[in-house]
Design a protein around this ligand. Structure first.
Ligand SMILES: [Zn+2]
Length: 239
């Protein structure tokens, strides 16, 4: 809706303001908008690409220009008739080389069919001592897997999030990725599915009855959920 226009760019939220996006983007022509998994790539003239990853809470809304609103959105892109407003702490990155941004993103988990072989290649090129649960959220390896689907697909394939990439076979990894694809496609189609581990810490595993656990994982300490009974191995955190 805004592509092809010169935009006024504001960053009302202080955490977005520090990135100086308005200084760098205001007045530039927005050439195109592309979705890759949960990433939205906004290409501006001069080869600048803004990547926004929505995680769980981020939302873009398109409103008539000049709409009143309560609160501080991260980003406002204002065109002639409409403005796109980004709410709630997403990942925002600005890069000068558009091709590099796309190249750095892993294959899209929602693609039909998903390119599992290309994903495996990227996982195998990553440090082998990385935990598989952490690696699944790395957008450079596969783009679009959110924290819910990380937890559910690992449970589905009986792989512990704490196992190291070195100890997970290609077949196991492919099973996790295939499961994430199927679950996420189903979710995109609007079908609600039963959750097995996500936000079920302290409750019994529907498969084996063991009590589900949760613990922060990775640098961002996103919460991992797993069943210690049917997802064994790895450096499981102590109780
Ligand atoms: Zn279990």
């Amino acid at each position: 809706m805004l592509a092809g226009q010169r935009l006024e760019v504001e960053t009302p939220h202080p955490r977005a303001a520090v990135k100086q996006l308005s200084e760098r983007l205001d007045g530039l022509l927005l050439e195109s908008v592309e979705a890759v998994g949960k990433n939205l790539l906004l290409r501006f003239e001069g080869g600048l690409v803004l990547r926004s990853h929505l995680r769980m809470t981020g939302r873009w809304r398109v409103e008539p220009r000049g709409s009143t609103r309560v609160g501080r959105p991260w980003l406002v892109l204002r065109g002639e008739e409409h403005e796109a407003v980004l709410w709630n702490g997403p990942v925002l990155e600005l890069d000068r080389d558009g091709a590099a941004v796309t190249r750095r993103l892993g294959p899209d988990i929602l693609a039909s069919p998903p390119d599992v072989a290309a994903m495996l290649e990227r996982f195998r090129a990553a440090p082998a001592e990385r935990e598989v649960g952490d690696a699944l959220l790395d957008q450079r390896l596969v783009s679009g897997i959110g924290n819910i689907w990380k937890a559910e697909s690992l449970w589905d394939a009986r792989v512990s999030p704490w196992r190291l990439l070195a100890d997970v076979t290609d077949d196991e990894l492919a099973a996790v990725l295939e499961s994430a694809h199927v679950k996420m496609r189903t979710s995109v189609d609007g079908t609600r599915t039963l959750r097995h581990v996500y936000r079920r810490a302290g409750r019994a595993c529907r498969r084996c009855g063991t009590v589900i656990r949760s613990h922060g994982q990775g640098d961002a300490a996103r919460v991992a959920y797993w069943c210690p009974g049917c997802q064994r191995g790895g450096r499981e955190p102590q109780l």
